[in-house]
Design a protein around this ligand. Sequence first.
Ligand SMILES: Cc1cc2nc3c(=O)[nH]c(=O)nc-3n(C[C@H](O)[C@H](O)[C@H](O)COP(=O)(O)OP(=O)(O)OC[C@H]3O[C@@H](n4cnc5c(N)ncnc54)[C@H](O)[C@@H]3O)c2cc1C
Length: 320
Amino acid sequence: MDTMQPIYDVAIIGGGAAGLAAAQALGRSRRRVVVIDAGEPRNAPAEGVHNFLTRDGTPPRELLDLGRAEAEAYGVDFRNALATATHRDGQGFTIELDGGEALVARRIILATGVSDTLPEVAGLEAYWGKNALHCPYCHGWEVRDRDIAVLDSQFAVHQALMFRQLSDRVTVFTTPDREIEPAEREKLDARGIAVVQREVTGVRGNDTHLTHLVFRDGGELAADALVVMPHFAAGTAALAGVGLAAAAHPSGIGTYVVADETGKTEIPGLWAAGNTRDPMAQVMMAAADGLRVGAMVNADLIQEETEEAVASLRAGAPVA
Ligand SMILES: Cc1cc2nc3c(=O)[nH]c(=O)nc-3n(C[C@H](O)[C@H](O)[C@H](O)COP(=O)(O)OP(=O)(O)OC[C@H]3O[C@@H](n4cnc5c(N)ncnc54)[C@H](O)[C@@H]3O)c2cc1C
C-alpha cells in the first residue's frame, strides 16, 4: 500500500452525475474532497443524454467531463480508479483502490450507480442504449412512430403502455405459454397494442442498430426498436467491509442501497446518492440528489466540528 495521506473530509466513490454534483457542492464548501471513478457511467452506451435541461443530447462522457472540470476548479481531487475495499479507520474510513493506493476519509458518499444485466437475448448487448432500450424518457422520442417490440417481463405491460405514447405500432412478444392477466391484457387491447406469443431469443442488425428479432422457432421479423427490462444491481461491493449490503428494491427491479431522505445509510459516516439509492433516477435527478447529499454531508461535518469546538472551548482551549 502507498502512504495514506492526506485525510479527506469526503471520499466520493463514483464520478457520474450524482458523484460530481456532490463533489461540486462540497468543493464549493471548501471541503477536502476526492472522487474515485472507474469511468463507466451507466448510460455510456447511449449516443446522447436526453431530458437534461440545456444540454439535451450531449454525449454522456462529454457531460461528465464538463462536470469534472467544474469540480476540479474548486479543488476536488480525482482518481481514475476502482475502489475495491473499505475498512473502518478510527472515526472514518480507509478506501483501497485497484492501483494499490489507499485513501483515508471522514465520510464516504457512495455514488457508484447500478449495473444493468440484460435479459438473455443473443446479440442484444451490441445494441443496448441504441435501439435496444428500456426508458421512454431516455430514448422514446428517437423511436417515435416506429415499429417497437417489447420483450416480455413483469414490466412489459407498463413499458408497452409508456411506449404507446410515442408510437401506435407497439407489440409485446411473449413466450407461447405465457398468459397475461386479463385486466392487463384489456389495457393492451384498449390501446391497440398487439400481443404475439412468439419467443424472442436473439436480435440481429447492422453496425449500430438492431433491425430484426430472431425467434426460437427460427423465424425473423423486422423491428425498429426492442424494449427490454434489465435487472439493476447497486454497486456496493467496495463497501462490504464496513457492512453495507444491497437490498431488494420494492419494485422487483433489482437492488439498491437503503438510505433516508438525506442519503444517510445505516452505516455511520456512509451516505448514498444517485442511482445507487434510486435506480429509476434520470441524470438530472441523480445530479440533484448528489447536490442534496453533498450538502447534507457538509452539514453533518459542520455539526461534528462545532461540537468538537464547543468541547474544546469548555475545556479552556483557544478558539480555533
Ligand atoms: C442505456 C441507458 C441510457 C440512458 N439514457 C439516459 C438519458 O438519455 N437521460 C437520462 O436522464 N438518463 C438516462 N439514463 C439513466 C442514467 O444512466 C442515470 O440516471 C445516471 O447514469 C445515474 O447517475 P449516477 O451518477 O447515479 O450513476 P452513473 O452515471 O452510473 O455513475 C456511476 C459511476 O461510478 C463508477 N463506479 C462504479 N463502481 C465503482 C467503484 N467501485 N469505484 C470507483 N468508481 C465506481 C462508474 O464507473 C461510474 O462512472 C440511461 C440509462 C441507460 C442504462
